[in-house]
Every structure is written in C-alpha cells, then in structure tokens.
Design a binder for this molecule. Structure first.
Ligand SMILES: Nc1nc2c(ncn2[C@@H]2O[C@H](COP(=O)(O)OP(=O)(O)OP(=O)(O)O)[C@@H](O)[C@H]2O)c(=O)[nH]1
Ligand SMILES: [Mg+2]
Ligand SMILES: [Zn+2]
Length: 301
C-alpha cells in the first residue's frame, strides 16, 4: 500500500493510507539509514508499507522526493535534518510582537524555500498585539518583492480565512521561531485537532519548544500542513556562498553586473548590489540579511 508519512518518532512512523492511519516500524535497511547522516524519512514522504496486523505495518521503501526542506541539524555538525518532504509551499510565520522577529530569519527561510523550488509565503501573526502600521512593515518589504504576505491573529481569528485559502489544495509547512503561534493557527484552521500550545511565560527552560516533532495534518478546507517545532537557528543546507545572491530575488539580476565576477557584494569597487542599496532600490534590511547569512555560511566547517 502506498501512503504518506505523517510523523516520525524514533524508529516508528505514522503513515496515512487513504485517510486511515497506520503505526509502522521501519524495515532494517531504513532503520540503519536513520542512524547515519542521510535523513531517509521525514513527514511528507511517500512510502510503501506492508500490513502486519490491524493498523500496524512496516515501511518497506521510500519514494524519491519532489522537494524537501532541510537545515543543518542543531548540535551535530554538518548533518542534514529534513524537516519535511514533498512540500509545495513554505509558510514563514513570524509574530508581529512577542517574540520579536530575529533579524535575518525571514530572509534565510525564503532562501531555504527558493533553493528547493518551494513557494515562500510570509505570515505575520499576533497582529492583535501591535498597531496596524507595525504589522504592515513586513507587508511593505516582502509584498513589494512579490511574496504573498498574510496578516493573522490566532487570538481574534483575523486573517485565518485568507490563510486557509492560501493553503487549500497544496502541501505546506510552517516554519518559525518558538512561540510565534504556529500550532495556535493550526488549531484555528482545523478546530478538531486541539494541538497543545503554550504561553511563552510558561516555557521555563531556555530553548524549550511546545511542539516537539514535525507532523503533517490534513486540513478540513483542503490541503495538508506540516506543523513544526520552533526553530531558533535556521542554518541553510545545500546553499553555498557564491550562489546566495541568487536566492534574493531583487539582487539576483544585479549580481551579474558587478565589476568582479566573484564579487562578494561587500566592499568591492563596482558592486552593483551595494550601489542599489545606496540608491534605495534594494532595502537595507534585506542587504543586512544577505550579509548575515553569507557570514554564517563562511563559518561552516
Ligand atoms: N495575542 C496573541 N497570542 C497568540 C497568537 N497566536 C498564538 N498566541 C499565543 O502565543 C503562545 C505560543 O503559541 P504556540 O501556538 O504554542 O506557538 P508555536 O509557534 O506553535 O510554538 P512552538 O511549538 O514552540 O514552535 C500561546 O500562548 C498562544 O496562545 C495571536 O495571534 N495573538
Ligand atoms: Mg507549536
Ligand atoms: Zn557585488
């Protein structure tokens, strides 16, 4: 039977086959691969399973992925962590306030989506906490670059209809820092789920996340959505510094016009990107985002 992985926990997978959920073990070869550095299975993967009992089975094989979102796993150096597979759309969730968006996060997430040919969409949540002008700041910058920007509140329900429309008939994944309201939004989109959410105040230990594993959900209005644990550090996987500007839509066409072919767009003379920042055609905020990511790619082993 062919099905879709909803969630992985340890060496078990929940697999959906025609709306029924199967609790599966992994075939030996896959088990071994899970322990190595290859990330062979993730939420969203298509697999073949063999039934071994009622609602229980074994994952026999994994189909090639159409897309994947991955990052460098935190803690272990140089290991790929696939957050979700076969996703069409990456919904980058930030809070208008509480927590404050960390600089560069949105730009990293957009680059991550683009390098896997996934459509990035920005969702500014908790708009109930700020004045209208403030929540429009992101709509200004990212809307002008051509990305869809949604303004939502999981508190008041504002914008949730629009979000549901954006998710319909697609497979999407949420990414965002812990506490921005990803699971709260999902509870609005699919009220029957009652996914656990938690106030920031109650998260005692540093870095503790309320959602602990990525899970794929079927949405009542159509489409699938992967809810993910909060991400503090989004280290890009598979992006090398020389090609980074390619993933900044407003900078990509300028990169060819720099005086030096291997221009790093920092202090070189004749840099077309810096000229555009000085001329106001490229926003300072995005340029700083670019520099920050470029520096972090350099540090990588
Ligand atoms: N005022 C306000 N509070 C919100 C909104 N959305 C979520 N919250 C609150 O923010 C807190 C965190 O929400 P969660 O949904 O658990 O956040 P999360 O992004 O899923 O966090 P992780 O699972 O740790 O990644 C909860 O106390 C929510 O009630 C919103 O739109 N407005
Ligand atoms: Mg959550
Ligand atoms: Zn340059």
């Amino acid at each position: 039977m062919k099905g879709r992985v909803l969630q992985l926990s340890g060496l078990h997978a929940l697999v959906e086959v025609e709306e029924l959920v199967w609790q599966c073990e992994l075939r030996g070869r896959l088990k071994a691969a899970m322990r190595s550095a290859t990330a062979p299975l993730a939420a969203g993967d298509w697999v073949d399973i063999e039934a071994t009992g009622p609602d229980v089975g074994v994952v026999e094989r994994v189909y090639p992925r159409r897309t994947k979102i991955s990052r460098v796993a935190s803690g272990s150096r140089g290991r790929e962590q696939v957050i979700a597979a076969n996703v069409d759309q990456l919904v980058i969730v930030v809070a208008a306030r509480h927590p404050e968006p960390s600089p560069g996060f949105i730009d990293r997430a957009i680059a991550m989506a683009l390098c896997s040919e996934i459509l990035p969409v920005l969702c500014v949540n908790k708009v109930d906490l700020v004045a209208r002008e403030l929540s429009l700041k992101f709509a200004d910058i990212y809307g002008n670059l051509g990305y869809a920007v949604l303004q939502t509140s999981a508190q008041t329900g504002e914008g949730v209809e629009e979000l549901a429309g954006q998710l319909k008939d697609r497979v999407s994944a949420f990414v965002g820092q812990s506490g921005v309201g990803k699971s709260s939004l999902l509870n609005h989109l699919a009220p029957g789920l009652n996914i656990f959410t938690q106030e920031l105040m109650k998260r005692h230990e540093r870095g503790r996340h309320t959602t602990t594993a990525a899970r794929l959900y079927r949405l009542p209005k159509g489409g699938y959505l992967v809810d993910t644990p909060g991400i503090k550090e989004l280290q890009l996987w598979e992006v090398a510094r020389p090609e980074l500007a390619q993933y900044f839509v407003e900078m990509a066409p300028l990169a060819d016009q720099c005086h030096f072919r291997d221009c790093q767009h920092r202090s070189e003379p004749g840099c077309a990107i810096r000229a555009a920042v000085e001329g106001g055609q490229v926003s300072q905020l995005r340029y700083e985002g670019y520099l920050r990511i470029a520096a972090s790619l350099e540090e990588r082993p």
